[in-house]
Design a protein around this ligand. Structure first.
Ligand SMILES: Nc1nc2c(c(=O)[nH]1)N[C@H]1C(S)=C(S)[C@@H](COP(=O)(O)OP(=O)(O)OC[C@H]3O[C@@H](n4cnc5c(=O)[nH]c(N)nc54)[C@H](O)[C@@H]3O)O[C@H]1N2
Ligand SMILES: Nc1nc2c(c(=O)[nH]1)N[C@H]1C(S)=C(S)[C@@H](COP(=O)(O)OP(=O)(O)OC[C@H]3O[C@@H](n4cnc5c(=O)[nH]c(N)nc54)[C@H](O)[C@@H]3O)O[C@H]1N2
Ligand code: SF4
Ligand SMILES: [Mo]
Length: 745
């Protein structure tokens, strides 16, 4: 590590703490602010702490020297005035009070023992996060399976990428969100983006769309005219604006046109795929005019998009085409099926496993990719292995030094796990590492009820998130600039996170915390605390699995970077000659037993909670540039909070006039789950039948209090994106009533 106390301190080459683009940045410790501990101890006048490090962008292929506002301001979170710097334990008076680590861990250990004595190993559950480093995600999964021996571990990646992962695994035999380098996109004639708004969610990514825009080939499918959809204006592409939740119909119609007009890549289909005939039959009834009646997209637009995509494909001599999906289509009860429809389209055009074309999912969280590979998912072991596969169990058990018989089986996926908390037979204790479920989980009032009913809620965080404020024990952990480790970017590139400053106060690394808990719980399983050592073990545990990291180590990644290498892509097995990593997957074969991609017929079902008489408007949810996820971090950054200080509802002026809600008025949205209230913003960027609300806040404007917790039957991903609401004006009398009512955090 580069010690902050040495002068002059060396800058640390690292990556942004937030999203999966993992923009390269350099952190230079600021003189006079020897560590963030000092910064926390001595906040500047006006409540703003001096920043312990200065952030500057670094040239890295995903960002090419760019950063978004969140990246630029990321250092502010290191020294926020309410940073948690000591363990906190809820006292008899019901308040959280400072405690020593020994007191806090003694309490946790005693309660875990008592709960497991009464309820068995499954009485304790873990909820992890896709922001954790690979090392932490691995240690968490190992802790659950070997120390707690509980099947009940899952994580917020279930909310984030599981439908694309399920569809990718089924079609290709292995899931790496983007099986090609991001920079490949630049050479394509057409990029079809479904339900993704990178102009706000990954701003530096937009530069990779320049080639398609120049060719007039950026096609954005979004019920809103998002910032990304606007990039397709002015002859640079097409904005397709379907009825929310009907992307499946758009995709089935596109494939219908491709088949009907004989635009498929027949040679590729014959050589590299299986199942095409069934898929053809499944799209035969979705001619564009029929599709238009369901998805609202003009039949002619569907034809134009299908032809453009085909013309860009290698079979027709084009420069290449990509089909990319984001949360807009994945966070749906038919998310796996919709991604499958996108993959079927890409396969029919011969786009996948070929240089210059492809299908990819834009994974979201900082380590959204790596977070799903190392065993914090309820059904998986490290290396992206299946927990119910006997060979995987015995191999991983041998690395961990335990009997495979002692490893639990698959646990409950996130939504089911949360709703089973404190029920008879369900977990009575929960550890949360890297998620603010009270704000970000669907049907959040129900989640609050479950969390409040627990015997023990332990939250590890560095800020008092809404979820942490509900905990019995809060454990202060290190954050990004205070720790070493690795992350895996949205392209499957394994990169180094590096320490620039010391952690403040009593904050400790989660590797230490898990090792200490394991020891106190009487386990003799080894838990390393040095991230490089944990990585080596993780790499060994992944050997031979789909996500094989066995040829990688911190030392190799450091050496590679020292000679200008920008990280190495998995699979990267340990081989006698150093394996170069795999930037592009599937060039020779897919990961299925026979090497062929599987095409699976799918059909349209529509949203679970569809519009009806008493809830006639679609609610879609998503993100704004300035805030990250539950907002736990970015709402604490003054610059970002000033720009977007409160929740809001976007609605079309026609809808506003019809229901009596003017621009700037307060508006209430009511769903089958409950009610939220926020300020109305008139915009013609949303369809008149749809309102949009970002999910970055809790309390009265916390949109997840009304979202649906219906899940996809294959991936168990919740249907965050679309539900039915009634849009109601808030009268002055209502507002007064609400002002006096206790508002949940
Ligand atoms: N600023 C910011 N950036 C982030 C994050 C953040 O919180 N804030 N989070 C990171 C993470 S974890 C993730 S997962 C990614 C998410 O990145 P994106 O997937 O780009 O983000 P969202 O805003 O959730 O959804 C994208 C779009 O889906 C649209 N949408 C809603 N319903 C539908 C529908 O039925 N069909 C279609 N086609 N589109 C629909 C919304 O209007 C929205 O514009 O962003 C990452 N980057
Ligand atoms: N309505 C609606 N809801 C959504 C979505 C949507 O589009 N619409 N998107 C969903 C998606 S894609 C996602 S990814 C989720 C994300 O939502 P959350 O899971 O709530 O994610 P964050 O807000 O990033 O929460 C991370 C918490 O962990 C802390 N943290 C960060 N790093 C670490 C670490 O290394 N260790 C520990 N212990 N803590 C850490 C942060 O301070 C923060 O409190 O939200 C989902 N919810
Ligand atoms: S795009 Fe993502 S990784 Fe890049 S600076 Fe913004 S939040 Fe950070
Ligand atoms: Mo996400």
């Amino acid at each position: 590590m580069s010690s902050a106390t040495a002068a002059p301190a060396a800058p640390a080459a690292t990556h942004c703490p937030y999203c999966a683009l993992q923009c390269g940045m350099e952190l230079t410790p600021v003189e006079g602010s020897a560590s963030s501990a000092a910064a926390v101890a001595a906040p500047a006048p006006g409540g703003r702490a001096p920043l312990p490090v200065a952030v500057s962008p670094r040239d890295f292929p995903t960002n090419a020297g760019g950063l978004c506002q969140k990246g630029w301001t990321s250092a502010s979170v290191l020294g926020v005035p309410d940073r948690i710097t000591t363990p906190l334990v809820r006292g008899a008076d019901g308040e959280l009070a400072e405690a020593t680590w020994d007191e806090a861990l003694t309490l946790v250990t005693d309660r875990v023992r008592a709960i497991q004595d009464r309820h068995g190993p499954e009485g304790v559950a873990i909820f992890g996060g896709g922001g954790l480093t690979n090392e932490k995600a691995y240690a968490l999964g190992k802790f659950a399976r070997t120390v707690l021996r509980t099947p009940n571990i899952d994580y917020n990646g279930r909310f984030c990428m599981s439908s694309a992962a399920a569809a990718g695994n089924r079609a290709f035999g292995v899931d790496r969100g983007m099986p090609f380098p991001l920079t490949d996109l630049g050479g394509a004639d057409v990029v079809l983006l479904l339900g993704s708004n990178p102009a706000e969610t990954m701003p530096p990514f937009v530069q990779h769309l320049a080639g398609a825009r120049d060719a007039g080939g950026l096609v954005v499918v979004d019920p809103r005219r998002s910032a990304t959809a606007r990039l397709a204006d002015d002859g640079q592409g097409i904005h397709v604006q379907p009825v929310p939740g009907t992307d499946m119909v758009v995709l089935l119609a596109l494939l219908h046109v491709v088949v009907a007009e004989r635009l498929v890549d027949a040679d590729y289909l014959a050589e590299r795929t299986a199942g095409y005939d069934d898929v053809v039959r499944s799209v035969s009834a979705w001619w564009p005019e029929r599709a238009e009646t369901v998805c609202g997209v003009p039949a002619e637009t569907l034809r134009v998009v299908a032809r453009r995509l085909a013309a860009a494909s290698p079979a027709h001599g084009g420069r290449g085409a990509y089909v990319l999906t984001g949360r807009g289509v994945e966070q749906s009860a038919q998310g796996t099926a919709t991604v499958t429809a996108a993959i079927n389209l890409a396969l029919s055009l011969g786009l996948v496993g070929r240089e210059g074309s492809g299908y990819g999912c834009l994974t979201g969280q900082g380590n959204g990719q790596g977070g799903r590979e190392h065993g914090q998912k309820s059904d998986q072991l490290p290396g992206y292995r299946k927990i119910d596969d006997p060979a995987a169990r015995s191999y991983v058990a041998s690395v961990w030094g335990v009997d495979p018989e002692t490893l639990p089986g698959p646990g409950k996926p996130a939504v089911a796990l949360l709703s089973s908390l404190a029920t008879p037979g369900g977990p009575q204790a929960l550890f949360v590492h890297g998620s603010n479920v009270l704000v970000s989980a669907p049907n959040a009032d129900r989640v609050r009820e479950r969390l409040e009913a627990l015997d023990l809620l332990v939250v590890c965080d560095f800020v008092p998130s809404e979820t942490a404020r509900l905990a019995d024990v809060v454990l202060p952990v290190t954050q990004w600039a205070e720790e070493e480790g690795t992350m895996t970017s949205l392209e499957g590139r394994v990169i180094r996170r590096r320490q620039a400053v010391e952690a403040p106060g009593q904050a400790r690394s989660e590797l230490w915390l898990l090792a200490e808990l394991a020891r106190r719980l009487g386990s003799d399983v080894h838990f390393g605390t040095d991230p490089a050592e944990v990585f080596d073990e993780l790499a060994r545990a992944s050997a031979g699995g789909p996500a094989d990291y066995s040829g990688l180590s911190h030392a190799r990644l450091d050496a590679d970077e020292a000679v200008g290498g920008p990280g190495l892509y998995w699979p990267c097995p340990a081989t006698t000659a150093e394996h170069p990593g795999t930037p592009r997957m599937f060039l020779d074969a897919f990961g299925t037993p026979d090497g062929r991609a599987r095409m699976v017929p799918v059909d349209h079902g529509g949203p679970t909670d569809d519009v009806r008489g008493d809830a006639p408007t679609y609610l879609v949810t998503g993100r704004v540039l300035q805030h990250y996820q539950s907002g736990a971090q970015t709402r604490r950054v003054a610059e970002l909070d000033r720009l977007v200080p409160e929740p809001y509802v976007e609605l079309h002026p026609q809808l506003g006039l019809r229901v009596g809600v003017a621009d700037g008025d307060r508006v209430r949205l009511e769903s089958a789950r409950g009610v939220v209230e926020a300020v109305a913003r008139w915009t013609d960027a949303v369809r008149p039948d749809t309102v949009f609300m970002p999910f970055h806040w809790g309390g009265l404007g916390g949109v997840n209090r009304i979202t649906s917790d219906a899940v996809d039957p294959i991936s168990s991903m919740p249907e965050f994106k679309v539900c039915a609401v009634d849009v109601i004006p808030v009268t002055a009398a209502d507002t007064t009533a609400h002002d006096t009512q206790e508002v949940p955090v």
